[in-house]
Each structure stands twice: as C-alpha cells, then as structure tokens.
Write a protein that binds this ligand. Structure first.
Ligand SMILES: [Ca+2]
Ligand SMILES: [Ca+2]
Ligand SMILES: [Ca+2]
Length: 204
C-alpha cells in the first residue's frame, strides 16, 4: 500500500516535470517566434521606406531634415519618375509618417491593451492630396521614442539626435539615415525590442 502511494507520488512528480519541460519549451518557441516576427517586421519596413526614398528628388523634400534636432518623423517628398534630355519629371507626392495607434494615447499607459505602451504605426501615403490618395500601413508597434531615448532634451543614446522618435529620418550630407525601433509583445507581458537603420544616398 505504502509502496503504491510512493510510486503514485513519483509518477505525479514525473508528470509535473514533463509538463514543466513542455511549458518551458512552449515559452521558448513563443520567444523565438516573437523575435523572428520583430526581425522580419523591422527588415520589411526599413526596406520599404528605403526603397521609397532611394530615388527621391532633393528639392522636393518638404521638411528641412538637416535642421531638425530629432530628425523627421514625417517626410514628404517626390521621387524621380523619368529623366529625358536632361529634364527631370517627378512622380506624385508621397509621405512617410508615424502616428499613434488609433486607440492609443500618449500617456505612458497601454490604452488598447496589446501589451505595448504609446506605440505607433508607420504609414506610407501615396499620391498625397490627389483623388487616388492611398495610405499603406508599413509597420505596427513603432516605439514612441527611439531605443535608449527619453523625452528630456538630451541625446542619451549618443546618435547625434535629441529625443528622436521610434521612426525618424536624419540627414548627413547627401545621405538620408532612416531609423526604426519597434516592439512586439510576448504572451508573458514582456516585450521584444528591435532597432535598425538604413541609409540612402540622394542622387537627384
Ligand atoms: Ca498599446
Ligand atoms: Ca498610451
Ligand atoms: Ca539620440
């Protein structure tokens, strides 16, 4: 009888152990999945933004990016469409900009309950101001401030910009530097954070 009770206890301990291993395995898979998700979102959004700005015509950029201490979280521009006999034709006006998520307010609280605080979304508007204007979502989970940066008028992360946003475009000479910082929420309440940057040379 005692023997039976002891083996039952051992069995239940083993089952508990197996269950624990499974749960840990699941959590690890979840973690890896979220990291992959964050990496691919970051890469896709940065590539898309860089592609749009690669053929930008310098004179068409509305914002004076070089004069902005925090870089530009909104860039309005036209790309080169064709070049014939030295005459450049520009395409429709486009805009890259980050906006707070619809149900989110800038208050340090996760208003929409998705595990991210004050998160934004990066949009590309095509044919701005025209009848066929169209807004495309490039990326969700964009941080309000760039990684390592808080809104306190200092350059804490030492990249030369002050209080720059999770998405911003800076300028160094004839190069535009596009930076993006995003987060993905894990099921356990923690967050995966990823940052990246690409630079494109202004040729036109
Ligand atoms: Ca949120
Ligand atoms: Ca909020
Ligand atoms: Ca900075």
């Amino acid at each position: 009888m005692v023997e039976l009770a002891v083996s039952a206890v051992i069995l239940s301990m083993m089952m508990g152990f197996i269950l624990m291993v499974q749960t840990t395995g699941q959590a690890a898979a979840d973690q890896t999945g979220m990291q992959d998700e964050a990496d691919s979102r970051l890469t896709r959004a940065l590539e898309r933004a860089a592609n749009e700005l690669r053929s930008v015509v310098d004179a068409t950029i509305w914002e004076n990016i070089a004069s902005l201490d925090a870089g530009a979280s909104q860039v309005t521009f036209q790309a080169l469409e064709s070049l014939q006999n030295g005459v450049a034709t520009t395409g429709p006006v486009k805009r890259l900009e980050v906006e707070l998520e619809t149900s989110e307010q800038l208050d340090g609280i996760d208003n929409d309950g998705d595990g991210l605080v004050d998160e934004g979304a990066l949009y590309l508007t095509q044919a701005l101001g025209e009848a066929d204007e169209m807004r495309v979502l490039l990326c969700r989970g964009v941080r309000n401030t760039f990684s390592g940066e808080t809104l306190d008028l200092t350059d804490e992360n030492g990249n030369g910009l002050v209080d720059e946003g999770g998405f911003h475009v800076g300028r160094e000479g004839d190069r535009l530097i596009i930076r993006l910082a995003l987060e993905v929420a894990r099921s356990d309440g923690s967050r995966v954070e990823r940052t990246g940057e690409v630079s494109v040379r202004i040729r036109n």
